[in-house]
Design a protein around this ligand. Structure first.
Ligand code: DON
Length: 304
């Protein structure tokens, strides 16, 4: 058996030189103000036990990791319909790129680039009304923490600098691939990206992916095969145009966000949440990737 507490302390020590390196996301001004010298890691086991080290109870901005929850909620609400509107191939382009959309007729490559996530938010909003509330409700229940909130300052900052996401959404709408009101969909998208969460709560919220779709209360959220598919899309598309390198180095399904968080899954064994605000040039946490690299090396828990 793995001594988790000792393992996480060891990882935190080993990656110390990486903490504070990289640069914080500066295209969202409220994120540019975050102290880059922070680092946290949490591991949740299928029985609900959770271990952590470093700044693992300090909230950070969920950002693109929210795309995982909107996808999971869409699949649980409305089965396979979403796959008519978004693909499942890595994009090889930056997460907020516009170029592929025109020559691929308004069908985004995958649900984890901004264009794809905007379509998923639109789809989910069409089923549940408000995508942000659906994500918040899910996170609060799985983490047993009613205090998880959207950081309105981050949301406002992101909306004030939201020209790209508005452009993407208008462009998608011109192909008929946005059904709701463009401004409303971008607002919902920005608000679920702006949720503040800590490593502990994030690891617990991601545990359904390690448990073949079973939630905290034992109820089934997703079928076994839907859960496998989400994990597959995380592995191939979850870290953007660095997904190949990430699979090579770390080897487990993961989803990153520009707040510096990464949620990773080892099916049947655990979920892992890491956070370090300093990003590499593709938008993935430098310390977070290093920690997951050490985690899979020391446990030998890669999926390969
Ligand atoms: O739309 C955006 O640009 C941000 N709300 C989310 C981007 C993000 O997290 C990409 N991550 N690496």
């Amino acid at each position: 058996a793995v001594d988790m507490e000792q393992l996480l302390a060891q990882i935190t020590r080993e990656i110390e030189p990486q903490i504070g390196t990289g640069s914080v996301a500066d295209y969202i001004p409220a994120l540019a103000a975050v102290d880059p010298g922070q680092f946290g890691i949490a591991v949740a086991l299928p029985n609900g036990e959770c271990y952590g080290a470093g700044d693992w109870t300090k909230p950070f901005s969920l950002q693109s990791i929210s795309k995982l929850f909107t996808l999971a909620l869409s699949l649980s609400e409305n089965d396979e319909d979403i796959w008519w509107r978004v693909g499942r191939e890595p994009s090889g382009n930056a997460f907020n790129s516009l170029v592929q959309l025109e020559y691929e007729n308004g069908i985004p490559r995958n649900p984890f680039i901004n264009a794809g996530a905007l379509v998923v938010t639109d789809h989910l909003a069409g089923v549940v009304g408000d995508a942000t509330e659906a994500v918040l409700d899910f996170l609060r229940t799985e983490a047993a923490n009613p205090d998880i909130r959207c950081d309105e300052e981050v949301a406002a900052s992101e909306e004030a600098h939201g020209d790209r996401n508005l452009a993407l959404t208008h462009f998608l709408a011109s192909y008929g691939n946005i059904h709701g009101d463009v401004r409303d969909i971008v607002r919902q998208y920005v608000r679920h990206c702006s949720i503040a969460i800590n490593c502990r709560d994030l690891a617990l919220a991601g545990l359904f992916l390690a448990r073949h779709g079973i939630r905290r209360d034992g109820s089934r959220m997703l079928s076994h095969s839907h859960t496998k598919r989400i994990n597959a899309v995380m592995l191939t598309c979850g870290t953007y145009d660095a997904a190949g390198e990430f699979a090579y180095r770390v080897g487990i399904p993961s989803k990153s966000g520009v707040g510096g968080g990464i949620l990773a899954v080892v099916p049947e064994r655990c979920s892992v949440a890491v956070w370090g605000p300093g990003l590499d040039r593709r938008g993935n946490s430098v310390a977070g990737v290093a920690a997951l690299d050490r985690f899979t090396a020391l446990t030998d828990w890669s999926v390969f």
